[in-house]
Write a protein that binds this ligand. Structure first.
Ligand code: SF4
Length: 112
């Protein structure tokens, strides 16, 4: 992992707030419970004070990590951002790949 992670506001916080805030069956915003929304807001408050939001988003997209709150965006928001960015750049948007996501999110959070 490159140096940007050194300055992350969530460094040392573990995956609970950012990964577990989004249960697997609630990745679509229409299915979010009140508790899920509360936890998302809590995670986003941390991201809001983070100096490396841009690099965090770039890393999430580069590693296909659309399973957690990254760069102050939910997975749904991050996919929309990635799709729009790819369109502007004339690039192909890499679609969500669950197997890679699980590996990547655990690695990026220092889990497993
Ligand atoms: S933007 Fe949010 S998820 Fe990304 S490093 Fe900063 S605090 Fe962590």
């Amino acid at each position: 992992m490159s140096d940007w992670w050194e300055d992350a506001a969530c460094r040392g916080m573990g995956p609970e707030l950012f990964v577990d805030a989004l249960p697997h069956d609630q990745w679509r915003e229409a299915n979010f419970t009140a508790e899920t929304r509360r936890r998302i807001e809590e995670a986003k408050q941390v991201c809001g004070d983070c100096p490396v939001v841009g690099p965090c988003r770039d890393d999430a997209i580069a590693t296909n990590d659309f399973s957690a709150i990254r760069g102050n965006l939910t997975p749904v928001e991050l996919r929309a951002y990635a799709r729009a960015r790819a369109a502007i750049r004339g690039e192909r948007f890499t679609r969500y790949q669950p197997d890679r996501v699980v590996q990547n999110r655990r690695a990026s959070r220092g889990v497993g």
